[in-house]
Design a protein around this ligand. Structure first.
Ligand SMILES: [Zn+2]
Ligand SMILES: [Zn+2]
Length: 148
């Protein structure tokens, strides 16, 4: 995400924030007006600019790889809930209020989740289904290991 600043002569792009949900890394750049310059500053600092089709920026710890989801940077909750519109909405709403992992979210009550901003019954149902599926997968893995 590009951070803009008002300088006496107008609005300038003055910084870049990592678009990974779990990251608050920011890169200060020399205030400028052109995306080419932003991109050059980002590249020089080891940051990455990805256009897929929206433009996103990633710090050196969160470099984007070919084959990753086009709409989000991935991560625990995105991968858990799923890479479709509903999944992305649910994961974003949860990351925004500081829930970072499936374990964390699984311990929260339905009422508490429904009181979050932008988190309705549809997203709650989806989240619970995903958590249930995750538990089943875990059971299956354990059983498989026990049998083999
Ligand atoms: Zn980052
Ligand atoms: Zn995604």
């Amino acid at each position: 995400m590009i951070r803009k600043t008002v300088i006496s002569s107008g609005l300038r792009m003055a910084g870049i924030e990592c678009d990974h949900m779990n990251c608050d890394a920011a890169l200060e750049i020399e205030p400028c007006l052109h995306h080419d310059k932003v991109r050059a500053s980002a590249t020089a600092a080891g940051w990455q600019t990805v256009t897929t089709p929206t433009t996103r920026h990633f710090c050196p710890q969160h470099r984007w790889k070919e084959g990753m989801c086009a709409a989000c940077p991935g991560g625990d909750l995105f991968d858990l809930i799923g890479h479709d519109v509903t999944g992305h909405r649910a994961a974003r709403a949860l990351y925004r209020v500081g829930f970072m992992s499936a374990e964390h979210v699984a311990a929260v009550s339905d009422d508490a989740l429904l009181s979050l901003p932008n988190f309705g019954a549809e997203l709650l149902r989806r989240l619970r289904d995903s958590l249930k599926k995750r538990e089943q997968d875990k059971d299956r893995t354990v059983r498989y290991q026990a049998e083999s």
